[in-house]
Design a protein around this ligand. Structure first.
Ligand SMILES: NC(=O)c1ccc[n+]([C@@H]2O[C@H](COP(=O)([O-])OP(=O)(O)OC[C@H]3O[C@@H](n4cnc5c(N)ncnc54)[C@H](O)[C@@H]3O)[C@@H](O)[C@H]2O)c1
Length: 368
């Protein structure tokens, strides 16, 4: 058995282990055996990721004695839907998977959310291990037990809370991640610096090395971001209160993304603009001073250049933001930065303020 080379990122109070280390995938067989004994395992992934990592993972699982099946789902947000879920249920039934068997989600947030939802609902719930392969999934979507799929009417409208049995994070896999996906994850990573981790914020603003895979500084930043997410979820797993701070940068970010029909901007870029808007609004409402606002904006811009919003138009963005407003809530709930590593949630935030920020973003983005 290979020597253990992983660290534990979870806190003793966390309900599942989060292990982190280079080459962790190589140890998956032994780890799964320790966790699940002789259970049968369904590995769900994309075809491309199966070639890169899935086949080796299955070989390790089989070598450790697990009867293993590999199932593919198509790439992209478009496959995060009930049709894919139904297809996976069919495969599990076909191979007689029972309640005692388990599922491994090997991929980015699309695989994690979709396969996770299948694990949450097949036979009223089977075991799930998350092996996130995108930066966003490693620091965000694989942690926190939220799983789900989209409806034609909107994103993430169907879902469940389903705690994984474990999350295994191997930063080696990031070397094959397309650069745009890496950048997307970096914007989300900076979000954790803003909302919870001054150390992460400082590291990201000071060290450009953090933006390249294979660097120890990126590893350190991943560990800080994971710990920040675990801490937020620990306090409010079911999102009835403080977990809402995770929406930092997302109210306007989602509006930009939807108005661009999900083509013009990546999710990370939209969140990047959304975080800048939140910084400007915090400054305008005197929550932070000019110097800090400038420092925060600089940190966002240092992640990657942000694309122009000129072609999106204020109206479609505002329409998307209005649509996105959580059903049943009065006014807007908006997350503003209050200090490095701390945000505040404002209820009933005025729509005119958001409109001001959107207009300002559009004109600033055309100047850059
Ligand atoms: N459950 C949650 O709490 C939560 C939180 C945030 C986001 N999400 C969801 O996550 C999804 C976005 O996740 P994402 O950004 O990972 O997108 P994704 O899963 O679509 O992955 C992005 C692309 O990168 C590829 N990829 C992933 N890992 C790779 C690797 N190591 N090498 C080569 N290619 C690789 C994928 O095949 C895909 O083409 C959205 O659906 C979003 O709603 C969920």
């Amino acid at each position: 058995m290979p020597r253990k080379t992983f660290r534990r990122l979870h806190h003793p109070e966390d309900p599942y282990p989060v292990l982190f280390g280079r080459g962790l995938l190589e140890q998956a067989g032994a780890l799964a055996k320790g966790l699940w004994g002789g259970r049968r395992i369904a590995v769900v992934t994309h075809r491309k990721l199966a070639q890169l990592y899935g086949k080796t993972l299955c070989a390790r699982l089989k070598a450790a004695g697990a009867d293993t099946r590999l199932f593919h789902i198509p790439e992209g947000e478009g496959s995060k839907n009930l049709e894919t879920v139904r297809h996976l249920y069919g495969r599990l039934v076909q191979y007689h998977f029972g309640r005692e068997d388990g599922l491994i989600a090997l991929g980015g947030g699309v695989v994690g959310d979709t396969a996770g939802f299948v694990a949450a609902t097949y036979l009223r719930g089977i075991g799930l291990i998350q092996i996130p392969t995108s930066l966003l999934a490693q620091i965000d979507s694989a942690i926190g037990a939220k799983v789900g799929v989209n409806l034609p009417q909107g994103k993430n409208l169907i879902g469940a809370f389903h705690r994984p049995a474990a999350v295994w994070i191997d930063p080696n896999v990031l070397t094959t991640l397309p650069p745009r996906e890496l950048r997307s994850g970096l914007f989300e990573m900076l979000k954790y610096g803003f909302i919870r981790s001054p150390a992460l914020f400082r590291q990201m603003e000071r060290s450009p090395d953090v933006f390249r895979p294979k660097t120890p500084v990126l590893e350190k930043a991943i560990a800080l971001a994971v710990r920040a997410k675990l801490a937020v979820v620990r306090e409010d797993e079911r999102e009835t209160g403080s977990r809402r701070i995770l929406n930092f940068g997302h109210t306007i970010g989602h509006g930009l993304e939807a108005a661009g029909a999900y083509h013009n901007l990546s999710h990370g870029e939209a969140v990047g603009w959304g975080m800048i808007a939140a910084v400007w609004l915090a400054r305008r409402n005197e929550l932070i001073g000019t110097k800090l606002a400038e420092r925060m904006e600089k940190a966002v811009r240092s992640v990657a250049p942000l694309p122009s919003l000129e072609r999106l138009g204020t109206r479609p963005i505002m329409r998307a933001i209005d649509r996105d407003k959580k059903i049943g809530t009065k006014g807007f709930r908006f997350v503003l930065p209050a200090a490095v590593g701390r945000v505040t949630v404002v209820e009933g935030f005025p729509r005119e303020e958001i409109l001001w920020a959107v207009k300002s973003l559009i004109s600033a983005s055309t100047d850059t």
